[in-house]
Design a protein around this ligand. Structure first.
Ligand SMILES: [Zn+2]
Ligand SMILES: [Zn+2]
Length: 267
């Protein structure tokens, strides 16, 4: 499984923030947490391993990579039940950020070990190869660049480039004025910016410092960059389809939308 069209293909597997939900009033935007599948050339790359990873494809020509923005549960919980990790002989490469003095294995073993989970990820039948993210690295022909996010405990913002196309994944981030300038520079010329838009402006005023942002900040960012499309992600668990649709309509632009679970875009 790859994508030989010379494009970056992105499929949204989960765009809910904080915790998975399952409610009829949220079926359109979906309830699974952060996971986006990218196919570019020979590569399959997952952005985060939230609960959306559980229903991801499992067979590829080449070992897939999973890039973690940070270790909060909504970004790693899907690793526990991703069927590929249970397949003997499979290999999955997990790129982890350096956010604390603790190494990735120690952090993940702390999440996935008894008594909260029966075994650690490295004890699964499939092989999980841990790699450390650097400022800039290659996954085959895909170039990955990273910058520090703006989130309690840290997070990493990523830019992936392949075949002259780029996308930026800025989940779980709350940039201040300086951060906006940095993020605008990092996002220059990107075809797609996936940006945390968890809150309404009202909600945001009550949750400053929680590490998430809102569509107004996204629009401000878009106005000072030349990114092609802005997709708002990491929807709050309390936000219904009706509320997200109303926010999207209020913005009223074809190049700004709230991401929906299951949709695919080719860049
Ligand atoms: Zn999150
Ligand atoms: Zn987080």
């Amino acid at each position: 499984m790859g994508n030989k069209n010379g494009t970056i293909e992105l499929t949204v597997l989960g765009t809910r923030g904080s915790i998975p939900i399952s409610r009829p009033d949220s079926a359109e935007f979906g309830g699974q947490t952060s996971c986006y599948m990218i196919r570019a050339g020979e590569e399959t790359i997952f952005l985060d391993g939230g609960s959306g990873l559980v229903s991801a494809p499992t067979h590829f020509d080449k070992a897939p990579s999973i890039l973690l923005s940070h270790f909060h549960l909504d970004h790693v919980i899907g690793l526990a039940m991703y069927p590929r990790l249970l397949e003997k002989g499979s290999e999955t490469v997990l790129y982890c950020p350096v956010l604390t003095p603790k190494g990735a294995k120690e952090i993940l073993d702390g999440v996935f070990s008894p008594p909260t989970w029966p075994l650690s990820l490295t004890e699964y039948a499939g092989t999980i190869t841990l790699r450390t993210m650097s400022r800039r690295f290659q996954i085959g022909e895909v170039t990955v660049e990273t910058m520090a996010g703006y989130h309690p405990g840290g997070s990493v913002i990523m830019r992936l480039t392949y075949g002259g196309k780029s996308l930026v994944y800025a989940t779980d981030c709350e940039p201040d004025e300086i951060g906006l300038v940095e993020l605008a520079a990092f996002s220059r010329n990107a075809d797609l910016l996936l940006l945390d838009g968890q809150y309404t402006e009202e909600e945001y005023r009550e949750r400053i410092g929680f590490g998430h942002t809102n569509a107004a900040i996204g629009l401000k960012l878009k106005a000072c960059t030349d990114v092609g499309q802005l997709w708002l992600i990491h929807h709050d668990p309390q936000s219904t389809d009706a509320e997200l649709l109303a926010r999207e309509r209020a913005i009223g632009r074809d190049d700004v939308r709230f991401a929906r679970e299951g949709e695919t875009i080719c860049l």
